[in-house]
Ligand binder design. Structure first.
Ligand code: ATP
Length: 364
């Protein structure tokens, strides 16, 4: 092999899952999932409860025997085609929902537990190193029951990272934490993962969490991946209404394609690539509805009548009824999410404008 050929040799992904299927009795929990994670990358499996996310993670870990497909770690087959490497020989770090620290071992013993093949001094110094990395070195001699949920979470992560795994698998790792602690811990975890260079496959049903953590997201439904891409791709170019609505509440307006557009009380929305006459759903994100409170409302302008307005913190949510200027019988209930404190009185008529980049049309 010459030098040029060596240079172009692709590095195999740290974790590669190819066309994996899994049944529990009559339930087809996973139905042809393919996803790969490169070294240093965080990929999130995102989807509603029961869509098969945890099963994919358990298959990758070797906690479920693979029924169909293939799983490789850094180019080496670990499951499929008659191969089934046991979990402890896959070199994968696991953090599952319940942390599962050993209650009879203190923190440093918990972290050192998985460090086989090292002498006692090295095990101890590596355990101290990772505990410092997660900010838990002061608690080395504490027992799990003496720690808060967030602290246990960090110890579990330290234990998973201590053997320098090529791959870390995280299953809803922040589900036991309250909102404020979750924000802090996930920020720490992201920095730790990026500093460690491990590949990470994480499961969550929370889109905001997925966007916070992931370089790429795979959205799952009914055992399949419906869309895979960067957070920006998924948010800005969702393939269907399910994916669009998974990234936050949306307004939906049903309609029909006529002359390349769907007529709605918000105006005519272009329906690129959809067949003439097709039934379609227009999806508008509440943050894509701008309100111009001081603009005069002329009869042809899209406008809404405020029903109620609520402050949600950084944004305000305005509920309104929008009626098409030309066809007074058609009206829709619309939510607009506007920055800051904006609480118009019920009954006020306001001019609205829809952001085309936050508006999507899908065939039904
Ligand atoms: P959640 O977010 O609620 O944890 P999930 O997306 O991780 O859900 P899985 O736990 O992978 O989903 O489950 C996928 C499907 O397989 C579900 O219908 C579930 O009921 C079923 N299932 C999971 N584990 C088993 C099992 N051990 N025996 C039988 N059915 C199972």
């Amino acid at each position: 092999m010459n030098a040029t050929a060596l240079k172009t040799e692709p590095t195999p992904p740290a974790l590669q899952i190819v066309d994996v299927r899994h049944r529990y009795g009559r339930v087809q929990a996973v139905d042809g999932v393919s996803v790969s994670v490169a070294a240093g990358e965080v990929v999130c499996l995102l989807g509603p409860s029961g869509c098969g996310k945890t099963t994919v993670l358990r298959l990758a870990a070797g906690l479920e025997e693979l029924q169909d497909g293939a799983i490789s770690l850094s180019g080496t087959l670990v499951a499929g085609n008659g191969v089934e490497v046991p979990p402890e020989r896959r070199g994968v770090g696991l953090v599952f929902q319940d942390y599962a620290l050993f209650p009879h071992l203190d923190v440093i013993e918990n972290v050192a537990f998985g460090l086989s093949g090292m002498n006692a001094t090295h095990r101890r110094s590596r355990a101290e190193e990772v505990l410092a990395m997660v900010g838990m070195d002061e608690y080395a001699r504490s027992y799990p029951h003496e720690l808060s949920g967030g602290q246990q979470q960090r110890v579990a992560l330290a234990r998973a990272l201590a053997p320098r795994p090529r791959v870390v698998l995280l299953d809803e790792p922040y589900s036991g934490l309250d909102a404020r602690l979750r924000d802090r811990v996930r920020d720490e975890v992201l920095h730790i993962l990026k500093a460690s260079g491990s590949a990470c496959l994480m499961v969550t049903h929370d889109s905001e969490e997925a966007m916070f953590m992931a370089d790429r997201i795979a959205v799952m439904r009914g055992g399949r991946i419906v869309q895979q891409g960067t957070p920006v791709e998924l948010y800005c170019e969702p393939v269907d209404a399910f994916v669009a609505s998974f990234f936050g509440e949306v307004n939906r307006i049903e309609g029909q394609v006529r002359a390349g557009s769907v007529d709605t009380p918000l105006g005519s929305i272009p329906a690129r690539g959809l067949a003439e006459g097709a039934k379609a759903t227009v999806v508008v994100r509440p943050e894509g509805v701008a309100i111009h409170p001081w603009a005069p409302v002329y009869s042809d302008d899209p406008s809404g009548v405020v029903e109620q307005a609520r402050l949600l913190g950084r944004t305000s949510l305005v509920h309104m009824t929008v009626t098409a200027p030309a066809q007074s019988e058609a009206s829709v209930h619309l939510h607009a999410r506007v920055p800051g404190v904006y609480l118009p009185k019920p009954g006020a008529r306001v001019r609205i404008q829809v952001d085309p980049t936050q508006t999507f049309v899908f065939a039904n």
